[in-house]
Design a protein around this ligand. Sequence first.
Ligand SMILES: [Zn+2]
Length: 270
Amino acid sequence: MPASPTQPWSIYLPKRLWPALAALLLAAFIFTTWCGIALAPQLHQPLGLMSQVRIVVDPGHGGVDGGCSWNGILEKDLNLALGLALAEELKQYKAQVKLTRTTDEALVPWGAGGGSRHKRDLAARLDIARRYEAQLYIALHVNSGPSHLGGSLTFYRQDNEESRKLAAAVQERLSKLVPGNQNGILPARYMVLTGLDIPSILIETGFLTNEVDRRFLTGAEAPSLLAAGIAAGVAAYLKGEVPSSPTLSSYQPPCDGDITSDLHKDIACY
Ligand SMILES: [Zn+2]
């Protein structure tokens, strides 16, 4: 019997097919629920052994973007030296490691596309992590500020416990290497931290504007010492060995950490 125009369903769905449709919908519900659980980001779950973990190491800046500087010393170079050393160190623990850059290069050149080059550069770093299906993300930077500020800082993805634990485990090692007055962890909303659904940290290894830090950071042994400390912290995190009450740094970032806009151009470093 033809259905009325106000009941188009009944044209295509004879009653004898309703059980089949119900079964199909139930199967779809079970499948999508299972996928939702199975494919959920590991943001809230501790990971396992280092050998089972894919880690992206992101040496900040590069190419046209030198980061902060001091008398010809460029942050981008210090970040790269540490990144290369950290990748090797993590591989000693049998981790799978991907560097966002292995040379002095910007991930996005001048003039490529519209808008902020810096923002696109950060997005390119996130893309690398996503394509690699990274399970941990570690950005490497050097800080700058008034000369009395010194020490290492580890920023972690705000409101994320696993990121906080990772930061705490790593910072515990860094605080022993860089004897500054700002040592500690801090929550942040940096684009590279919030853009990935995995435990993510951004390390400021020290202040290039602080004499003690600068002497350490530019020393020949800094990359290997820092790499060993960071890798040991990552290994400790993966084993669940996390400081119960890590030091929260008193450092006041020059912005609220939200650099998803072009605000970053007003920030000396991050
Ligand atoms: Zn930086």
